[in-house]
Design a binder for this molecule. Sequence first.
Ligand code: CMP
Length: 143
Amino acid sequence: MANKTLAIIKPDAVKDNYIGEIISMITKAGFNIKAMKMIHLTKAQAQKFYEVHKERPFYNDLIDYMTSGPCIPIALEKENAVEDYRKLIGATDPTQAEEGTIRKLYARNKQFNAVHGSDSDENALREIAFFFSEKELLENYYD
Ligand code: CMP
């Protein structure tokens, strides 16, 4: 059964011109793109999206980072999407990420780490709904 996950190409990777390389790695790994857009998050949007991290010491830096330029949220579908996508992107800190992963190749450091990936099926649906309406999701297109 196909599951969904939310990827975001974060502002550092957009600025560093890695959009094409990252999307290519995602589609070559067998993910189908269900929806995609480029958006410059407002502070309020970023605070809402990262609400779960609001007690963390890096929260304010994270909000500044995610509002520093446009990012590209992408709704993805694949069997085992959440786990497979997290394998593809590698560890949060690129120095800890495996060779050949997106973060190893394109992240600047632990904070400016190029991409986001949902951490559970439940969060994936919540995060996809944060960025995309039902109408924007290409349901059944790849069937
Ligand atoms: P991600 O794991 O996708 O979601 C939380 C983000 O917070 C993380 O990526 C980084 O961009 C950022 N982050 C995590 N740890 C730190 C840290 N120690 N200092 C600054 N930013 C961090």
